[in-house]
Design a protein around this ligand. Sequence first.
Ligand code: SF4
Ligand code: SF4
Length: 590
Amino acid sequence: MSATTTEPTEKALKAQQVIDLLGQKLNRQVVGSLVACVHCGLCTDACHYVLANPGDVTYAPAYKADRLRKIFKRHYDWTGRVLPKWVGAATVDSEADLEELKDIVFGKCTNCRRCTINCPMGVDFATFNRTARGLLVSVGIMPEGVAVVSKDQWEIGNQMGVLKEDYLETLEWMEEEVRDELDDPDFRIPVDVPDSNVVYAINPREVKYDPRSIADAAKIFHAAGEKWTMPSDGWDMTNFGLFSGDDALGGSVSRRLYESVEALRGRKLVISECGHGYRSSRCEGPNWAKRDVDFEMESSVLTMLRYIKEGRIKVDKRRNPEPVTFHDSCNNARSCGLFEEPRELLSLVCMEFREMYPNRAENYCCTGGGGAMSMAEYTPRRLKSGSIKAKQLQDTGAPVVVTSCHNCVDGLTDLIRHYELNMKVTQLVNLVANALVIEERVVVPVEEVPVAVPVEGEAPVLAGRVVLVADDEEDQLEFLASVLEDNGATVFRARTGDEVLTLARREKPDLVTLDLHMPGRDVGEVFELMRGDPELKNLKVCIVTGKPELRRLIYERSVRPPEGYVDKPVDEKRLLLNVRKTLEVVHREG
Ligand code: SF4
Ligand code: SF4
């Protein structure tokens, strides 16, 4: 396809890349949505942004879609080439164009799909809005929060940057809490137990802000006598690729999760209550990861409901006497059809359930969807658009709103605070755990096992670590190496791709910091050779580059992605932070 260019400024080049990439993303679904709109306007009132901003046409789904559609028409549709003015075709070629696009796709739509189900022509605006996000992300244009969260999920494997050590400590902590609460020495939160019936994957938010949800789920599995486990790696079932539109990230995150279940030979993956995690892991992930998944996947809502129906757990609804209402997460409900099961579960564990209107597929977004909670610059707009949701909540008169999504918990909590509603938010797992009837057990005293407490030594933070620093710019190489050496690491230096391979094989470093531009053998090939070398299978790689767009050449390869990246210019603090994250070295304030 031909594409128009203007003066070769950086922004113009990025605009051209966006146009070219759009051509590669055009599939039947996207093209169908791009050509089918008849501008009937039926979707307008479906959007919470429109309802909260009466008279502002720029929030209307069809208007927003036209900002993207004009590019398609100009470059990839014959009508736009022949009659550009008539069909509203136009290109993007300036910074202002790209910024307008960013503002629309990230700041004026939560990809909630409410307009989609209200379109008689089947236009799926949310899908091509996500596609447009992916195009901008691929040229580095995105809100800062999207970049930060994506980076954590690429590097550390979970979108909140939770280190493995902190995750495992939290599981131990919750295990002790529930063991004391139940007075049951047999209580465990099992980790990495092979051949389990259930592998339970969670949202990193649970580790960071809501560990009680982990404890509650563990209590339920224990009461049901389930053979279950949590993986020590690949435990994050959320996927920021759904929000950023980055299919490569989506594939990498999904692969990690699926591989952790397979490594444990788990029979079923149970996904804790999270709308976008459920949709990403169960529905979209196999496509992004380009692979089949041979085990079953289900939402924990179904698991809990089945345990009650099969008599594996007993519940007493009188323990949850307060009236509750239910907020359908857009991803669970509109995109995955999870409507009736949560309501059935609520009827079993709560005394009074009050429906919210509209509900199920017609429910309004919590306004925190589509990654909106990570985009601080749009907060005032998000809160204003939440007036519709706030009214829905208030009209129920219920003091408690239940939702099966961690993202919605945050979105709703924010709205409740902003609109001063006298309500609290909870999840089904909390209500089920609270209603659990656990038979009294005979307590068998067990011998206390002394726990080894790590003692902080005086050694520098990278003592004992071996790092191979690869860079062809001498001053950069020396800077990186000396920072790492000053912090205790043993450092080897490589200036070409071939030297990287030789030194990696000979010195067996823990980490290689890899510049993407070096003479000799192509660095992408070097990376792939290292990944395929059985002797280097534990070698961690942190990409260091001044051209972030080149990172994709590494991440899109069909091998395990790098464990980290840091963009040039690099300063001491950022280098150490990224190396520490990549090597999972606990930070000590100094
Ligand atoms: S309802 Fe469908 S056809 Fe009508 S304006 Fe909206 S997107 Fe276009
Ligand atoms: S997907 Fe949701 S937020 Fe986006 S335009 Fe449609 S109704 Fe509005």
